[in-house]
Design a protein around this ligand. Structure first.
Ligand SMILES: [Ca+2]
Length: 531
């Protein structure tokens, strides 16, 4: 019966019918009655695992502490975008857009128009714990500050998870290395030799040349050949660029346009050789997700000799995880470079979790409620679930209650807390006030140990103001549209030596120096607001 009810609810949610029922139930009331707590409306974007916000203990705790009543406007996350545009155009706004209900572009557009409230003064006046969080996590304030005018229209989430700044790991299939009498490679030449042996030595022993020496996916930087470029001097994911700066990397706070460098040229020449010899596969380069990588890693007999992924457990079957051994030290390139590019210090941070609209009447009450999110223990409970339900207090350190049989951890966690809301968990809270999440522990040991000296470059956090966004969507996009097919051709078919000079001249003429200045100003602005 319960399962049937769940199914019916899921269908209603997927049809977008429930929100209408919620509205009909009187949730649109936003004025405070003469007596009782102040009331306001807030969006709740429900994913497949989320429980009902009206039943979440941690949300009730916030209401109690701030003496408010939140009337939840519940929408399925999957179909929210269409709803959002209707709501923004109608002007019939909720008091609070909660849980990333509007995006950065909406904020830069509607904030300066006055649709959203500048929170700068309200934060100072009513949110002392949030002020403290800004001090505690330096980049956090920048993530809440408009790059267009320096005002504060949004309160983001600051869940520092150092483990997630590491974008990728490379793995080798140890049984094949052993069978072929090879060691883990340490240089770009040894890497080439290993791939060649995987390709030609029939390590899976079926008499066919069906091995994939190095597999990757090109849907996002994490699974791409980014770290193979690193050996030549610059981490790079321009072949994924959509006008968002993938051609650039941050080296000591300087924006480098990688395809304008001689090191890039060398990397492309070398990588083309690997494609030409079948050590890298063109079909991997043409992918836009990880499905192909995933299916290759599941093939029987084993076909993948090495691969790159956020984590092996995402693409490999469990029984093979011990045989795929991580490359612990970056490969040394022809100029001696050993570099591992990362996402910098903003992974799991940012977002648009809280925006107050100009419809909000009792602003101080809403600010009290917002500030309650930043009690240290409440922040953890908003992110991981309440103590007594998903967490327990182990002598002052919060630890995880085992997931009940029949539930996934996501169902258990999201069933009891919203996750995507304003909160602060500082990097050094993990392991001190709350136990490190299982999935993070192994990565952290590696990042803080053997890998640390090589984490010298990072991708640039997109922090464009309105003018820069406009340029990037016009001239920046023209550059991307011009260069991406050329680059794909250079990698797969070759030709970079002959075309190098003319393409560089064309890139200059298209404004690549302006592009570099725009990326540099984003680095500088972010640093300025992070102080
Ligand atoms: Ca074979």
């Amino acid at each position: 019966m319960e399962a049937m009810m769940k199914k019916i609810l899921a269908v209603l949610l997927s049809l977008g019918l429930l929100p209408a029922l919620v509205f009909a139930g009187g949730a649109a009331q936003s004025t405070s009655p003469a007596t009782g707590p102040a009331e306001f409306t807030a969006t709740f974007l429900k994913n497949d695992w989320h429980g009902d916000p009206n039943n979440m203990e941690v949300l009730k705790k916030l209401e109690k502490e701030a003496n408010v009543k939140v009337n939840w406007l519940i929408y399925p996350n999957a179909t929210w975008n269409e709803r959002k545009n209707l709501i923004l155009n109608s002007g019939d706004l909720p008091d609070v857009f909660y849980m990333n209900a509007v995006n950065n572009a909406d904020i830069e557009r509607y904030g300066p128009q006055g649709l959203f409230v500048d929170l700068t003064q309200l934060v100072n006046q009513y949110a002392p714990r949030l002020v403290k969080a800004f001090d505690q996590v330096p980049v956090y304030k920048a993530l809440c500050t408009s790059p267009t005018n320096g005002k504060m229209y949004v309160i983001a989430r600051a869940a520092e998870r150092e483990a997630n700044t590491l974008i990728s790991q490379i793995y080798f299939y140890k049984p094949w290395l052993d069978k072929l009498g090879l060691k883990m490679p340490t240089t770009y030449q040894e890497f080439y030799d290993v791939l060649k042996a995987f390709k030609t030595g029939d390590p899976n022993g079926n008499g066919k040349q069906d091995e994939f020496p190095f597999s990757f996916g090109n849907g996002e930087g994490t699974y791409s050949i980014t770290q193979l470029f690193s050996m030549f001097g610059y981490g790079y994911q321009g072949f994924l660029a959509t006008g968002n700066g993938g051609f650039f990397v941050n080296v000591n706070d300087k924006a480098v346009f990688v395809p304008g460098t001689d090191r890039y040229k060398e990397a492309v020449i070398w990588l083309h050789q690997l494609f030409a010899e079948g050590l890298l596969n063109e079909e991997d380069f043409a992918t836009s997700d990880t499905k192909l990588l995933n299916s290759k890693c599941h093939a029987d007999p084993v076909q993948v000799g090495s691969f790159v992924a956020f984590d092996s457990n995402i693409v490999c079957p469990a029984e093979r995880l011990d045989d795929y051994v991580r490359l612990d030290v970056p490969l040394k390139g022809p100029h001696g470079d050993q570099i591992w590019v990362s996402a910098g210090n903003v992974a799991n941070m940012g977002g648009t979790q809280f925006v107050m609209t100009n419809k909000a009447k009792d602003q101080p009450a809403i600010m009290r409620w917002l500030d309650a999110h930043f009690d240290p223990r409440t922040s953890i409970e908003l992110f991981l679930g309440p103590v007594g339900t998903t967490l327990y207090d182990n002598n002052g350190m919060l630890d995880y209650i085992p997931t009940p049989a029949g539930l996934s951890y996501s169902e258990f966690r999201y069933g009891n807390c919203p996750v995507h809301v304003p909160l602060v968990i500082a990097g050094d809270d993990w392991g001190k006030t709350v136990q490190v999440m299982d999935e993070d522990a192994a990565r952290l040991d590696w990042m803080r140990g053997p890998l640390k000296p090589y984490l010298t470059q990072k991708f640039i956090y997109g922090y464009a103001n309105a003018d820069e966004s406009k340029w990037m969507l016009a001239q920046g996009k023209d550059i991307t549209d011009y260069f991406r097919p050329i680059e794909a051709k250079w990698l797969i078919q070759g030709g970079i030596e002959q075309e190098w000079d003319s393409v560089q001249a064309r890139l200059k003429a298209m404004g690549v120096d302006d592009y570099t200045k725009i990326m540099q100003s984003q680095i500088d602005r972010f640093a300025q607001y992070s102080k």
